[in-house]
Design a protein around this ligand. Structure first.
Ligand code: NAP
Length: 292
């Protein structure tokens, strides 16, 4: 169809036709730009920092990003566990693509020093996964102030400190991906995990706040929210017959998730394939949050 057929009123026809052709050119230009990328999910040569990746979900996500081509920087607080993880990653991906740095995500000075070290020694950080997290299960009436603070610090303040430190550099470069590991508890509460639910709910809105301020500078900030995933953190729940039965009944997929279930979505969020996705919480929960 010609633009003359679309815009019948002669007075506006010329101007509207011109705009229509401009818009067409922009769209086809954007499509051509996309076509140039051989693989929209390829992460080759991109440096990814994954906090809390000495074990559990973080470790599997780090392996997923490395499988997609990224150079990974592992993190945890305990040096020996971290060194073990680094050694096994280096065997698989080679020494040039695997680094490790122990630091506490709640310590502002340690975070700043670590980010500077990574940028100087490994390269500009392109991807950050704010994954470090802890749980503390106790009834709200018995929750100590110090434990409340610690859960908030690791799960929420840590993501703020690491995200802010890295974003300062990403903004100057005009690109970067920040992925916060949230939870179904970003949306839903359950007895005995008040501090965790509060922190993960906060992380959902921190994700939105980061997107609101940084999307215009070329960053994409999103959250990945796992359902019940079988890891060290949840081993005692898997072993608890009643809890295990509750998870299986409450999850439409009728199983616990595995860390591997999170890899596809995280690679997508870390890649060019998600360049227009911002401030979203992607639930990977076997359907738990969509049913009662
Ligand atoms: P995990 O097995 O207990 O591993 C936690 C990781 O975080 C470890 O590498 C730990 O290293 C690190 N870490 C803890 N505190 C840290 C700190 N202050 N600074 C730096 N690193 C720290 O936990 P996970 O089950 O894999 O959970 C990972 C993330 O997924 C958490 O954010 C969790 O809330 C979230 N999540 C988990 C589930 C689940 O079902 N498992 C569901 C939803 C969301 P060190 O021991 O060396 O400190």
């Amino acid at each position: 169809m010609l633009c003359h057929d679309l815009f019948k009123r002669p007075f506006h026809r010329h101007q509207l036709c011109r705009r229509w052709h401009e818009a067409k050119r922009e769209v086809s230009g954007a499509l051509r730009k996309r076509d140039i990328s051989v693989d929209g999910f390829d992460l080759t040569d991109r440096v990814a920092l994954i906090t809390g990746s000495s074990r559990g979900i973080g470790r599997t996500l780090a392996a997923g990003l490395a499988d997609a081509g990224a150079t990974v920087v592992l993190n945890g607080m305990h040096q020996i566990a971290l060194q073990d993880a680094q050694a096994s990653f280096r065997e698989q991906y080679g020494p040039d693509r695997v680094f490790a740095r122990a630091f506490d995500v709640t310590d502002e000075l340690q975070v700043a020093a670590a980010v500077t070290w990574i940028e100087d020694e490994v390269g500009p950080i392109r991807i950050v996964i704010n994954n470090a997290g802890i749980q503390h299960r106790v009834l709200l009436l018995e929750l100590d102030h110090a434990d409340w603070e610690q859960v908030l610090r690791v799960n929420l303040t840590g993501a703020f400190l690491v995200g802010r430190e890295v974003a300062r550099r990403m903004i100057n470069r005009g690109r970067g991906k920040i992925i916060n590991i949230a939870s179904v508890q970003s949306e839903l509460a359950r007895p005995t995990i008040a501090a965790y639910t509060t922190a993960k709910g906060g992380l959902r809105n921190l994700t939105r706040a980061m997107a609101a301020e940084w999307a215009g500078a070329g960053l994409q900030v999103n959250a990945l929210a796992p359902g019940y995933i079988h890891t060290e953190m949840t081993q005692n729940l898997v072993d608890d017959e009643a809890f295990n039965a509750w998870v299986l009944a409450r999850t439409p997929a009728r199983r616990w998730g595995s860390s591997a279930d999170l890899v596809g979505p995280v690679v997508w969020l870390a890649s060019d394939g998600s360049d227009y996705v911002n401030g979203q919480v992607i639930y990977v929960d076997g359907g738990m949050t969509v049913v009662l």
